[in-house]
Design a protein around this ligand. Structure first.
Ligand SMILES: *Cc1c(COP(=O)(O)O)cnc(C)c1O
Length: 396
């Protein structure tokens, strides 16, 4: 029965029944002349969600990691310099991927719990007068620490320095849950995954790529085949794919975009903010600390929470899973054992969030945490109750 419980991991996320039904479909011939009718409107929908009118959208059978690899391998050559900050496990893994591709990776290390250091990026860009840095990488929402970063600020740093580097953004745990403005922020490659804000099964990397990045792809020499932008665009233009497309996920994505647009993107973002704020109120009522250092860094899709000294966050989430069949995010890398995470993105309601808050609260109580049973749940209840029906007003 516990399979009926929602998950509170920050991806893969809960899949709404409406999307599960759409993805439960018979095989279609992807070489049939009308296959284009099924996926071309989906590409247009992705552009609307990412506010990426000027971009080309590509769908690769992969997870988010494959999206990172596509961005790098299509646009850069061996030995190219990239600038990137590390402030959590996901920024770390993208750095690792760049290093394994033989890139010259200039890393800015930042304490985990902090966000992308825009000033340090700006200094490095200004110092690079010979424009050796070919791409600047940033993780919009660091899922390991629940920290959101300022992409517009990084765009400004690039512009202020008059620097021509490409801007690559990992938006895997922000896109479709938090506002993302591809065109306005001058992003060159944005990466999303089917299994987070789009509420689908895992298996598709969703990319938006600028004309400037496509131009760079013409001369980039890193090897790629499966993830080649050129092959994908050539095939897509003819209404097909370079290989067998993940058609169930493409159908699911079309329906997911319909759901997001029926709710209204601004309402989707406001819902995430409001649910996240309820979680943060609960954390405060428990007397625990949020991993993100300052309110402007708080993520609306995941909250990482420090456990008190002497407690093991991994044991806590294992207990919640064993006792109640409810999953939370484990602490990763530097914060392993020190934080647990409540994922609250995608298909998430007040009711679901309250389940997650009250269940982890019981688990903490049973393990002797110095919290008062019910305090966090009550704080979230009070907030959800006070702000009920205000979602539209908040978005306006
Ligand atoms: C989930 C996630 C990824 C991608 O991970 P996959 O497991 O490859 O889908 C990348 N970046 C961030 C910030 C993520 O949250």
């Amino acid at each position: 029965m516990s399979q009926q419980n929602p998950v509170f991991i920050p991806g893969p996320t809960n899949v709404p029944d409406r999307l599960r039904r759409v993805m439960d479909m018979q095989t279609l011939d992807h070489r049939a002349p009308d296959f284009a009718d099924t996926f071309q409107p989906v590409l247009a929908g992705v552009k609307r969600v990412l506010k990426a009118d000027s971009a080309e959208v590509m769908l690769f059978p992969a997870s988010g990691t494959g999206g990172w690899e596509a961005a790098i391998s299509n646009t850069l050559s061996p030995g190219d310099k990239v600038l990137v900050a590390r402030y959590g496990m996901f920024s770390h893994r993208w750095i690792d991927l760049c290093q394994r591709h033989g890139l010259d990776v200039q890393v800015i290390d930042v304490e985990w719990g902090d966000g992308a250091p825009i000033e340090q990026y700006a200094e490095a860009l200004k110092a690079d007068t010979r424009h050796e840095i070919k791409a600047v990488l940033i993780c919009h929402n660091e899922t390991a620490t629940g920290v959101v970063s300022d992409i517009a600020g990084l765009r400004k740093a690039l512009d202020d320095a008059g620097h021509p580097a490409l801007l690559f953004v990992d938006g895997v745990s922000s896109i479709a849950s938090m506002d993302f403005r591809f065109d306005e922020w001058g992003v060159d490659v944005a990466i999303a995954g089917s299994q987070k804000g789009f509420m689908l099964y895992t298996g598709m990397a969703i990319l938006a790529v600028s004309q400037k990045a496509l131009k760079a792809a013409e001369t980039a020499r890193l090897p790629r085949t499966f993830l080649d932008f050129g092959d994908m665009l050539t095939a897509n233009a003819k209404g097909s794919f370079p290989y067998t497309p993940p058609q169930q996920l493409i159908f699911g994505l079309g329906e997911s975009i319909k759901m997001l647009e029926e709710e209204g993107l601004d309402n989707v973002f406001a819902r995430h903010h409001r649910i996240a704020e309820g979680v943060r109120r609960a954390v405060k009522a428990w007397g625990l600390q949020i991993c993100a250092k300052r309110p402007e860094l708080y993520s609306d899709s995941v909250t990482a929470i420090h456990v008190p000294e002497g407690f093991d966050a991994t044991a806590l989430i294992n207990h919640a899973y064993g006792a109640y069949g409810v999953s939370y995010g484990v602490g990763l890398g530097e914060v392993a054992g020190k934080v647990f995470r409540i994922g609250h993105l995608g298909s998430m309601t007040d009711v679901m969030a309250l389940t997650g808050i009250s269940t982890i609260e019981m688990a903490m109580h049973e393990l002797g945490y110095p919290i008062q049973l019910g305090a966090g749940t009550a704080a979230a209840q009070a907030y959800y109750s006070e702000t009920r029906g205000d979602v539209r007003a908040m978005a306006a």
